[in-house]
Every structure is written in C-alpha cells, then in structure tokens.
Design a protein around this ligand. Structure first.
Ligand SMILES: *Cc1c(COP(=O)(O)O)cnc(C)c1O
Length: 504
C-alpha cells in the first residue's frame, strides 16, 4: 500500500497534465489506432493482477490514444456533447478521491446532501427559476434519466387527478401498479402529447409501461416543432384519457423551441389545469437559454419564456452546463409526488432520524439509492464562473453557431435547414447552438457527413430532414471560439466540396 501511495501521487500528476495540456488537434483517432487499441484490450480476467502501475500504463499508452476528442476538443460538433470546464473537471477528480455516498440525508454526519441541494438551488438561480418553487430536485445520470423521472411523476399525478375528479378513494401507481391504478381511476389510456420529441422520451414511456405508441404529436401543419394549441385542446378533451404534455424546449435536430413566449405557455398551462394534465419540459440543453439576456437572443429568450409554468423540467449537466459525464438534473414542483414514486418503503435503517427535514433524502426522490457526489462538479463550476461566466460561455457558443449558419447561407454549395421565410437577420435570430444544413448536390449530400468526419479535424452528426440526409453542427463546448474555430470549419467544408467536385 505504501508503494501504491507513491504511485497515486505520480499518476495524479500525470492526470493533472491531461487537464492542462492543449486539446487534441484531431477529434477522431485513425482506424489504425482504433484497431490497435481494440487488439490490446485485456480479454480475460488475469488470475494474478498486472499491478496498478502496469494497468494504468496500459490504459494511458495503449487504450487512451483511441479515445475520441469529443469533450476535450472545441471542434467536436456531434450529437450535443458538451465539454467540461476546468473547475468541473478538477472537482470531478475530488469526487472520486472523497468517494461520498449521497443517499440518505444525514446532516450530523456529512455535508454532502446539503451541498447537493445547494448546488441544485444555485442551478435554479442560474436558470431564473425560484428554488422555493422546485422542492423536488435531484441530479441524475443525464437527460434520459430526467425524462424518465418526469414521466414517472407525471403518470402518478395525472392518475391521481383523474381519481380526484371522480371523487373516489386515493390511488397511487407507486403502490398499485399502473393497471390497477388506471382501472380504479376510470382511465383507459395515457397519452404523451409533444412535438419532435427526443428519442429518450419514447424510451422513458416504454420503460414506464406507458408505451412508445402513447407518444403523439401535436405539431402544427407547417412547423413540426411548434405546438398546435387547438389540437392540444382537442386531445386533452378525449374522455377516459389522461395526458402528459412534453414540451421540447430546443429540439435536437434544429435547436428550435416548441413554444414562443409567455402567452402561449400560459394558455397551455390553463388547458392542462382544466384537464388535469402534467407539463414536462425537456430542456436538456434548451433550458440554459434562459441565461441569455442580450437583445440578439430575443427569439431564444421567447422560446424559454414561461417554462417555469411547467410541473417538471429536464436539464443536462454534461451538455451546455459543461460538467463531465454523467450528470443531468431534474426539477419538479410536486414534493409529495416524489415520495409516492421513489420512496424506499419499510427501510427504517435508511431514515435520517430527524423529524421534519427540508432536504429529502436523495434515495427517496430519484432512481438510485447509492450514488456518487454528482453535485460537486456543478457546485464548483457554478461558484467558479457565476452567472456572468456562464452567460459569456453560452454567448460564445451561440455566436459560433450563427457564424457557421452565415457561412452556410453565403455558400453556393450548401443550404440551411429548415427552410425559413424571412430576412437574413430573422433566419440567424432563430439559431441557438444547432446548425442543420445539407449539400445542394444530392450526390455530395449523401456522402457529406462521412467526408467531413474523414477530415478528423471537425466532427458533425448526420440526420434526416424531409426524407433526405442532412448534416448537423451542435456547438456545446465552453471552449467555443469563433476566431479560432470558424476558419477551421470553413476550411474543412470548402475542402470537402472541392475534393468532391474534383472526383466528379
Ligand atoms: C441529449 C438529449 C436527451 C438525452 O440526454 P442524455 O444526457 O444523453 O441522457 C434528451 N433530450 C434532449 C432534448 C437532448 O438533447
């Protein structure tokens, strides 16, 4: 063990160097490097271990070269990946070193649960949400888990509402299961009404026994991301049906927001109150838009207006908040629903011992029982950079996205999506952190994503739009810098077009 402690010091220095060295120039390892690393993976459990030093050497020298630069480079624009601020990265190392288990609120024994709750409260402040209104708040593994929590709480609530409407005895899905609870409540059907939902919403519906088929669109005819309020009303009215309305606050293909201003949100809230529906916001990366204040971001701000009228909100930590994987957050206004769904029953040994506690034990308000101190990187990063620091980081990301969009607009070879009638300024004002586009030539368009990735200098993801392949930049790294990054992006896109033309 003495030997180990010297080793730990030595290796910690090596890890610190990883934090301080410049991010890699290439965002993808070559095929050769990947193949070599795959071959080097230890395939069978050794009887006698290879030792700490050798295990770490093996990882650093033989495996790590084949990791991608997804979070470390500011030029990885795939999915919505996010980076990790220095404060968050360093705090994440501390989480491992201190190895706190955050499950039961034991204020006489550790400050961990206080810290977690405080971090969530700071997060509410960052998002201009009143912490007092969001008593059920917790860190999750990511937005998928947060969506699962949102639908689980919604499911509990809407069935209770239906029971209350029938003036019957109280029932809980948590106690009875969904079949019996629906039966007693006189509900035949649960529907999740939404527009262009993230795939994880359907996954959550599947896991919760609500079913993927219950996810239904309420989009307007001409814009797939916008809510048709008349259609919403019509579906809420269907007898024997309970509803969760899921608002896509910045949908993942285009970055566009489902709602546009406080009036629309108030009307949706009013309708949901009439029909006992739950409003869940999937704001995985969109919710951070509430930070923006400059008039240049008016359209984004309107998309975020009134989201505080929802019952629950999903946010991702490892995207725009720029803390390491795996971190998401979940906020709900309904403290009592939290225990109905997540309470560990009959586990006296897990109680805090205190009478009335304002901080609920994390194990009774979320999925996991034992979990790491996921809050610490968030706490470190929020206190290190504050509101202004985060606003400045996000503005840089939006500015770069709009720079990319301008380049696409000005190019003869590319087309910005979705098609949007309006002036250049109006088109740009809709851009948040996602730029969706295609090549005008269909031949090139089919190969576009592959050819961009093959440069290994920038990374984009492919998607489909209007039945055709499309390409998507998602800027979500705190290092984003238009001066440094845009020239590389332009170079790669220009080179992709010219090499394709040369081959024709
Ligand atoms: C990324 C994303 C999710 C899923 O988030 P994970 O962190 O990958 O679990 C859900 N909703 C939206 C809108 C997203 O962008």
């Amino acid at each position: 063990m003495v030997e180990d402690s010297e080793l730990i010091t030595e290796l910690s220095t090596a890890v610190s160097q990883l934090h301080t060295e410049a991010p890699p120039e290439t965002v993808l390892p070559s095929e050769d490097v990947l193949a070599t690393a795959r071959e080097k993976l230890v395939q069978h459990l050794p009887g006698i271990g290879i030792g700490v030093q050798e295990a770490i050497r093996h990882i650093r020298e033989e495996i790590a070269p084949a990791f991608n630069g997804s979070s470390r480079s500011s030029r990885y624009y795939g999915f919505v990946t996010g980076g990790s601020t220095p404060a968050a990265s360093l705090a994440d190392n501390l989480v491992t070193a201190y190895d706190q288990n955050v499950q039961v609120h034991l204020p006489q024994e550790t400050v961990a649960t206080n810290l977690e709750d405080t971090a969530l409260s700071l997060l509410c402040e960052l998002l201009e949400l009143d912490p007092a209104q969001w008593p059920h708040r917790t860190f999750t593994t990511g937005a998928t888990a947060s969506n699962l929590l949102g639908l689980a709480c919604g499911r509990e609530f809407i069935i209770e509402e239906a029971v209350a409407a029938r003036n019957d005895s109280n029932t809980s899905v948590g106690d009875l299961g969904i079949y019996e609870a629906m039966h007693r409540a006189g509900i035949d059907n649960i529907q999740i009404l939404t527009t262009v939902p993230h795939s994880s919403l359907s996954k959550a519906a599947s896991v919760l026994g609500i079913g993927r088929a219950s996810v239904k669109t309420i989009a307007t005819q001409d814009a797939s991301h916008k809510i048709d309020v008349q259609l919403l009303k019509k579906l809420l009215e269907v007898p024997g049906t309970a509803s969760i309305v899921a608002i896509s606050a910045s949908e993942v293909n285009t970055g566009l927001f489902a709602t546009d201003g406080i009036k629309e949100m108030q009307e949706i809230r009013r309708l949901c109150d009439v029909y006992g529906a739950w409003i869940h916001v999937d704001g995985a990366f969109g919710i951070l838009g509430r930070l923006l204040s400059h008039p240049d971001y008016e359209v984004i701000k309107r998309g975020c207006e009134g989201l505080d009228l929802a019952d629950s909100i999903t946010g991702d930590g490892h995207k725009l908040l720029n803390v390491p994987y795996d971190c998401g957050f979940f906020l709900s206004k309904h403290r009592e629903i939290a225990s109905c769904v997540f309470q560990n029953p009959n586990a006296a040994y897990l109680s805090t011992g205190d009478g009335i506690e304002t901080i609920m034990s994390p194990l009774n308000i979320g999925l996991e029982n034992s979990r790491r101190l996921r809050a610490l990187p968030v706490y470190a990063s929020l206190t290190a950079y504050g509101r202004e620091g985060y606003r400045e980081m996000l503005e840089r990301q939006v500015i770069l996205s709009r720079g990319i969009a301008e380049f696409v607009l000005d190019s003869e070879d590319f087309e910005l999506l979705p098609k949007f009638e309006g002036s250049r300024a109006e088109v740009l004002s809709n851009i948040y952190i996602i730029v969706l586009f295609k090549a005008k030539n269909e031949g090139l368009n089919k190969e576009l994503v592959q050819r961009i990735k093959a440069s290994r200098r920038i990374y984009v993801s492919g998607t489909a739009w209007d039945g055709l392949p499309a390409c998507r930049f998602a800027v979500s790294n705190w290092r984003a810098d238009i001066e440094k990054d845009l020239p590389v992006i332009k170079e790669v896109l220009t080179e992709v077009v010219s090499s394709w033309k040369a081959q024709q």
